[in-house]
Design a protein around this ligand. Structure first.
Ligand code: NAP
Length: 316
């Protein structure tokens, strides 16, 4: 029997199971709950027991995190490792990925593989897509993404094209790569990092907002199609999330401090949500407000308000 929780029930969504928090243990926690119910296939050395509604971590399966070399991606990788998942870490900066792989291996006893790939380059990402299609991928976290600010015509147009490839086409590509295997196994988790920016027109952030409109809609549409297949699809659509990216320093002083939420908090609630097959995660109260305004406000108005705010970000 395949080592995933959905093998215990007929369909993935018919009876969504809550993460078994009562069974969790945390590395270094003072009191450890006995690991009753720990499946035989779970690898040793994991910090926490896995959420039962996602495929359980095994020695062979992997959670893939793109954009793992910094920010939310690093936090997602750590969160998944802490739940016992072995990883495939993807980004361009191989040195950072190797350091992260070493740290997570030492800390959580998982296996972490590194794939240094420029995901905005179609040819460069094909070998990765082919590899993922043949591997047992338990979770795909499509997280890598970048933004630019300012009027489109004044930006580097080649880079704007790269943003579309990275933020939208690569997400589509890698999802298509893992989907047949997940359907065959009737289990899997697909996380897509979109953005609150994908809910509205944003002048001075045009390519980014449009690319995130794709990811937001792609994720929520796919989730609807996959109901009952055992595959969970969750959209992370944050507003501002504080990361260690130095680029944020440029815009950071233009965004009030209370708006930010941390990458670690975002990663934790996101993987919890993926385990419950939640449609969308919007971390933080302010982000929720922004998200509602974007989804339900008249677009002619949000375009003007958001465009003015992002104009300031483009002036840094
Ligand atoms: N932080 C926020 O406030 C916020 C808000 C809403 C949405 N988001 C979304 O959250 C995701 C992560 O953002 P973040 O804030 O954590 O940003 P970040 O710290 O800048 O991380 C971006 C990640 O994407 C990777 N990446 C960039 N270009 C790449 C390429 N061509 N090929 C492969 N990997 C590439 C980067 O790694 P390398 O440079 O090593 O390649 C890095 O690991 C993005 O999709 C972003 O749009 C963030």
């Amino acid at each position: 029997m395949p080592c995933h929780a959905n093998s215990r029930r007929r369909t993935g969504d018919a009876l969504p199971l809550q993460p078994q928090r009562g069974l969790t243990t945390r590395a270094g926690a003072g009191t450890r709950t006995p690991a009753r119910g720990l499946p035989e296939c779970a690898p040793p050395g994991m910090g926490r027991l896995p959420d039962v509604s996602l495929p359980l971590p095994t020695a062979d399966n992997r959670a893939v995190v793109t954009g793992a070399s910094s920010g939310i991606g690093t936090a997602l990788a750590e969160e998944l490792a802490s739940r016992g998942y072995s990883l495939i870490l993807v980004a361009r900066r191989e040195d950072l990925l190797n350091q992260l792989a070493q740290r997570l291996t030492d800390r959580y006893g998982i296996t972490a593989e590194v794939r240094a790939v420029d995901l905005s380059d179609r040819e460069a990402r094909q070998p990765l897509a082919k590899e993922l299609a043949t591997r047992e991928i338990a979770i795909l976290a499509n997280n890598a993404g970048v933004a630019t600010f300012g009027p489109l015509a004044k930006l580097d147009l080649g880079f704007e094209r790269d943003i579309m490839e990275l933020n939208a086409v690569a997400v589509h590509d890698l999802t298509l790569a893992v989907l047949p295997g997940m359907l065959e196994r009737r289990a899997g988790g697909i996380l897509i990092t979109g953005s609150a920016a994908g809910n509205m027109p944003i002048p001075n952030n045009t390519t980014y907002a449009a690319s995130k409109a794709f990811t937001n809609t792609f994720s929520e549409s796919l989730r609807g199609e996959l109901k009952g297949t055992g595959i969970h699809v969750t959209l992370l659509a944050p507003g501002p999330v504080r990361t260690d990216n130095p680029d944020q320093d440029e815009v950071g002083n233009k965004i009030p401090e209370f708006i930010w939420v941390t990458a670690a908090h975002t990663a934790k609630i996101t993987i919890d949500a993926l385990a419950r097959n939640k449609m969308r995660v919007v971390p933080g109260l302010i982000s929720k407000g922004m998200s509602l305004a974007g989804q339900f406000g008249p677009r002619s108005i949000t375009s003007v308000v958001a465009g003015a705010a992002y104009k300031k970000l483009g002036e840094s």
